[in-house]
Design a protein around this ligand. Sequence first.
Ligand code: NAD
Ligand code: IPM
Ligand code: MN
Length: 342
Amino acid sequence: MTVISVIAGDGIGREVVPEAIETLDALGLGLRYDVLDHVNAQSYLRTGAALSDSDLDRVRASDATLLGAVGDPRVTSPDYARGVLLRLRFELDLYVNHRAVTLLHDRLSPLRDEKRRGIDCVIVRENTEGLYAGIGGALRGSSELETALDVEVNTHAGVSRVIAYAFSIARTGVCLVDKSNAVPHGGRLWQRCWAEQCAQWPGIHATHQYVDTAAMRLVADPTAFDVIVANNSHGDILSDLAAQLGGGLGTAASANLNARTGFGLYEPVHGSAPDIAGTGSANPVGAVLSAALMIEHLGHPQEALAVRSAVARSIADRRCTPDLGGTLTTRQAGAAIRAALD
Ligand code: NAD
Ligand code: IPM
Ligand code: MN
């Protein structure tokens, strides 16, 4: 029996995850769910506990995790997101954040030139190191001398394994994106790991761009990219940018993976969207497509394809939420996807 641990989290996470689960149920895969409903900002504010050790054990005991979003305007400390999402990514060693973007419908492209619209790329984001490592400190003194340091951690093993994953999924090429023209030590390490990995994958076209240029080129002509591999923070930023080129942040799906154990945590790229939470207008597509990625990884490629086609059909018929030019609510858009399932 396949067990999915579920953390809907906060805001629209609680609205879009039920749509993803109902869509999975319509496929008749016999999935079982272990719902960690208490993992949310409300209980964090009450108890100070984000994700407990026993929660982590439940996630470990499951076959995969489906997550909505964590974040709440009342929580200003980074300890909450660090305690839930980053704890899961780090402790389960989900070193790849796989964020694929395909243009869902021509009408949704922000680009005018139709030949340059068809984004179909994967951002492979390093997911357990970089600026997110939480190493650093604050030096207080007079306010003029006050200094805060967050150390960007880059290890040879960590960088090499995420680059190797990027090559392993490439169709035409991999582009390394970094800031090695300005950031000396990490930049050199990434460049060396890159050269070593390029030698291991001679058949695959390998290119390099600085992150500022890559951001510009993604907008100018996203069709130029197949797989982009980047560090944790560059990958975070570029994946929101790419998501918009694919139709909107509400449509983007992601997998946090340990490519060696195969365990994955699947979540939409977006957050808890407090500005629209409770209005019933959140787009469920990112969550539904994350669930499709999950069942694909669990060995159900046919069903995953069926979900993706149903999403494409519902969007083509404008049976979607307002962010995609439709008039449906979250529930109605989820139902439209399920109605389009073969
Ligand atoms: P956000 O992704 O929540 O929202 C950004 C914008 O996109 C908002 O205008 C929102 O309305 C819109 N949007 C996002 N998802 C949408 C959807 N499904 N349908 C329609 N519109 C959608 O980013 P933010 O506002 O910067 O952050 C809000 C909270 O979410 C913060 O606490 C942040 O830390 C958290 N966050 C969590 C995750 C996660 O859990 N993976 C990711 C990003 C942000
Ligand atoms: C994401 C989010 C998280 C990140 C935040 C909530 C810590 O933006 O999943 O992209 O930066 O990784
Ligand atoms: Mn992000």
